[in-house]
Design a binder for this molecule. Structure first.
Ligand code: NAD
Length: 377
């Protein structure tokens, strides 16, 4: 199996899909690995590291692409690269099929087989391939560091000769993978933390990290696979009211609430922002899907009456070494399902493969994606 890794095309993408450690594993499993010159430079992996791992380095993606069996990428590769792949070539990446179904067109038109890492079922057997959790872990951690750096106060309580400084109050909205990591990070830095989630089951995890769980009585929006499902407007109103009260006491809010394939729920309203002290900071991790804060703008800094609102859409990329390492391990575990003894062999009875393949033989194969594609395209 010929596995190819190109330099990511977006200017703010510092990660690489495969690090040398994983390239070595794929080579040992009888695959050939080709890496574009400089692909890992920003993630701490040099061309010479890849060579030592047994990969070949090429400065000509044009030559690599027509012979590629599997193209590994972090983000959806540019259309120009997709059109150079041979018919039936496999692309494995974060393709955002539920959020940007129209961008699947080149996969259909070029007869490619597309596996979307977001769609890997969250079964125990698939944990080693769970790119979403890996990236959410990093984003949750980095969100707290970003907020800490922007806050005009410290997080821990300090008892000094000049008197005592109280700890900062941090509110985390959405207690999935990113939210729990944000809670753990804020707690390690000494903040007093409150967490909110629409899934009642999240309460135990929040409390186990030493934070207080804010709960809506008689609401449990646990849906399929542990994800949240959409709730009615009355429940959302109650959630916003609860969070507006909590916001008034918070120095910092980090929001992570998402519902796969839907616009992110708006939970921090203008009123909640206006209830916060000047100098407070909000980091909205749902910016790519519309944001949890009414006033957030993706990749912009909004200053609303002295409250600073950040909505970085690709925070995991700002820790490229570890983000690439985790992504690479996940994607390598996934590659092991694509081949037997170094030969490409797709077994669609495997629920991980059947759950994550989106386009095959010129058609969308995932029912949910097909529906969204029909609705929007
Ligand atoms: P996500 O990114 O889709 O959402 C983040 C959080 O937002 C979730 O906890 C969700 O409940 C919450 N949310 C959604 N709407 C909300 C609202 N209106 N108000 C407040 N919170 C809201 O989710 P995720 O972080 O990817 O994880 C979702 C679940 O999947 C969690 O239970 C997690 O433990 C579970 N999970 C399981 C596995 C596995 O392999 N079994 C792996 C990773 C995650």
């Amino acid at each position: 199996m010929q596995v190819v890794v190109l330099k990511e095309s977006s200017a703010d993408e510092f990660r690489v899909a495969l690090v040398p450690e994983s390239a070595k594993k794929l080579v040992t499993a009888e695959n050939k690995v080709f890496v574009e010159t400089g692909a890992g430079d920003l993630a701490g992996a040099t061309d010479s590291d890849y060579k030592q791992a047994g990969a070949e380095i090429s400065d000509s993606p044009e030559e690599l692409l027509p012979n590629t069996d599997v193209l590994l990428a972090i983000n959806r590769p540019p259309d120009a690269s997709l059109s150079k792949l041979k018919k039936g070539a496999i692309v494995v990446a974060l393709l955002r099929p539920l959020d940007e179904p129209e961008k699947l067109r080149p996969f259909i038109e070029n007869n490619l087989t597309a596996f979307s890492l977001e769609m890997i079922p969250r079964a125990t057997r698939a944990q080693a391939m769970d790119v979403l959790s890996s990236m959410a872990t990093i984003a949750g951690y980095k969100a707290v560091l970003l907020a800490t750096e922007k806050l005009p106060r410290m997080l821990p309580m300090m008892t000094t000769a000049a008197g005592t400084i109280p700890p900062a109050k941090v509110l985390i909205v959405g207690a999935g993978v990113a939210g729990l990591q944000a809670i753990a990070t804020a707690r390690r830095l000494g903040a007093v933390v409150e967490g909110f989630d629409i899934r009642a089951a999240a309460g135990e995890a929040v409390r186990s990290l030493g934070a207080k769980f804010l709960e809506l009585e008689n609401v449990n929006a646990e849906g399929e696979g542990g994800y949240a499902k959409e709730v009615g407007e009355d429940v959302m109103e109650n959630a916003r009211e609860l969070l507006t009260k909590a916001a008034a006491n918070a120095d910092c809010i980090i929001t992570t609430a998402q519902i796969p394939g839907r616009r992110a729920p708006v939970l921090i309203t203008r009123e909640a922002v206006e209830a916060m002290k000047s100098g407070s900071v909000i980091v909205d991790l749902a910016g790519a899907n519309g944001g949890n804060c009414e006033l957030a703008k993706p990749n912009e800094i909004v200053n609303h009456n002295g409250v600073f609102i950040y909505a970085p859409t690709n925070l995991a990329a700002t820790i490229p070494v570890h983000a690439s390492q985790l992504f690479s391990r996940n994607v390598t575990a996934f590659c092991n399902l694509l081949a037997k003894d170094g030969e490409l062999s797709l077994d669609f009875s495997d629920d991980i493969l059947s759950g994550s393949y989106i386009v095959h033989q010129g058609e969308i194969r995932n029912e949910r994606v097909k529906e969204i594609f029909k609705e929007r395209v």
